[in-house]
Design a protein around this ligand. Structure first.
Ligand SMILES: [Zn+2]
Length: 378
């Protein structure tokens, strides 16, 4: 994630802090020190309340970090790569990358976080109950409640919450259809979001505190449930399209030694975007859309070769791969075209435009059509 600072590295995972964290940290510390601790635990100085607020905020964020770490450690035990954990505005997020996960692995991974939060809540509860020192009793009073809330909230079976992921894993194991499983689990997420919003509205009119928070969290959850479902559908559609279907074996070929001026006059203005620049010693691509403006003088001086991106600098895709991987590779390298490889030989090209056009078509007609006909589409 961008706008993040790396804090440290543990178990080979980078722990990062998103800049929004600072905002929440100050807001939380401020509200704890001024309005939470004083009425519940009277008799301390203002300075002590601030210290309580800072410590409680820090320990809460450590709790969130431990929640995310428990997801990540289960993932690692399942040989799933975890690059980083980012602590941000609404909590934490673990950067777990895995194409196809076994339902049992996803279930255990999803459930580990909330279970750890409940365990942590229990530990804080016992420290609170011991009541050895008023200062720590106040802090643990807050922390046991928040960790229980974190655990229980995340166990709700609405995707993309942890409980929703676990629920989806069960549905996936049962239906063997990830899109269907995600649709149902995301439906659970939306339903829960609507309940939160309604509770929030009732709270607002009833004068109970926290109504606005319920509406905000509900709205956010409704939004991400929709987006997460779409992401899964897009991935499913693109993964089912083979590179061979989208590949073009020929695009207009230009001699690298041609002047840019001639290229512009005789080729580029005909309307193609992409050109294969090739002779015996050089192979590259010219993407007309990405060319910078050039003075008349430069247009005459420069050769096509100097304005093209050498193929050796673009990571290609194999004919056996699929459109989902190609789309990722385009984004990763910030290019609109990839060479298609068979062994080390370039046998064609696949463009970002071809991928998105096909995606739009399949979403509108093909994919749903296959579902209606009951075919697997693969
Ligand atoms: Zn979680």
């Amino acid at each position: 994630m961008n706008h993040s600072t790396k804090l440290f590295r543990i178990f080979g995972i980078d722990i990062q802090l998103h800049f929004s964290w600072w905002f929440i940290f100050f807001l939380l510390t401020w509200s704890l020190s001024t309005s939470f601790f004083p009425p519940f635990f009277p008799g301390y100085t203002q300075k002590t309340y601030w210290l309580m607020g800072i410590l409680a905020s820090l320990l809460l964020f450590i709790s969130v970090l431990l929640h995310e770490l428990s997801h990540s450690l289960v993932a690692k035990a399942k040989k799933i790569q975890v690059k980083s954990i980012t602590l941000f505005f609404f909590g934490g997020v673990a950067g777990i990358t895995k194409e196809d996960m076994k339902p049992s692995s996803e279930f255990q991974m999803a459930i580990a976080g909330p279970l750890f939060s409940l365990l942590l809540g229990t530990v804080f509860y016992f420290i609170y109950k011991l009541d050895v020192n008023g200062f720590w009793t106040a802090i643990t009073f807050y922390l046991y409640q928040l960790n229980f809330t974190l655990g229980i909230f995340n166990l709700i079976p609405g995707f993309p919450l942890d409980g929703g992921r676990a629920f989806r894993a069960i549905l996936y194991a049962y239906f063997k259809d990830l899109t269907k499983a995600t649709r149902i689990a995301a439906g659970g997420g939306k339903l829960f979001a609507v309940v939160l919003i309604m509770l929030g509205i009732v709270g607002l009119f009833g004068g109970a505190g926290g109504g606005l928070w319920f509406i905000l969290i509900g709205g956010f959850l409704y939004f991400i449930a929709g987006v997460s479902y779409e992401q899964v559908v897009v991935k499913e559609v693109l993964s089912s399209i083979s590179i061979k279907e989208l590949m073009v074996s020929e695009i207009p070929t230009i001699d690298p030694a041609m002047s840019f001026e001639e290229f512009l006059q005789n080729h580029a203005r005909k309307g193609d975007d992409l050109f294969f620049v090739k002779n015996d010693t050089f192979a590259g691509i010219i993407d007309v859309k990405r060319l910078q403006p050039l003075s008349q003088k430069m247009q005459q001086l420069l050769k096509v070769k100097q304005l093209s991106l050498p193929l050796s600098q673009i990571k290609g895709i194999t004919t056996k791969s699929n459109a989902y991987n190609a789309f990722h590779l385009c984004n990763e390298q910030n290019v609109d075209v990839l060479p298609v490889l068979e062994g080390k030989k370039t046998v064609g090209f696949v463009t970002r435009k071809a991928i998105t056009n096909r995606l739009v078509l399949d979403l509108r007609f093909g994919f749903l059509h296959k579902k209606v006909l009951g075919g697997s589409g693969k």
